[in-house]
Unconditional design. Sequence first.
Length: 183
Amino acid sequence: MSNVEIERSIEAILMVVDEPVSEITLAQVLECPVEQIEQALVRLSTSYDERGFALKKIAGGWRFYSHPDLAAVVERFVLDGQQARLTQAALETLSVVAYRQPVSRARVSAIRGVNVEAVMKTLITRGLVEESGIEHETGAILYVTTSYFLDRLGLNALQDLPALAPYLPNLDRLDDILDSLTD
């Protein structure tokens, strides 16, 4: 694999990660020597000096971050984004978390049938959802709604959420229909 291919592959991987990725993991995935990965990361890191983002090694791994010089711009964007309405996808994801918490991101994705990674980041950024621990069986991070979520909905506690049953299909009626088809 050429240096260009390795660098492009590293960039593609780092664009989709939630947490920093180690050189060893990248080397295993790309089937390259660790030294070659380290050299590529250093080259990439220095090539971004004049860009709006930076490639940094933090917590034992590498990840893209917004450039420190642009913190004020990013802060303004994030804070202005707080005022924007939630998308339909964000509302659906927030509902799943609210009614199924604590719940892992993978479980939310399975329930919705789509990848919810970006939407979860939005909900976390807006302070509506937060991490609450680790699922022992899988090691997945669990998420719950925040007190800010309750405040924004005008609720005192999660028990004040409306019941879902009236909005679900009538399963007894569905069973009757299925039974009639098999008779």
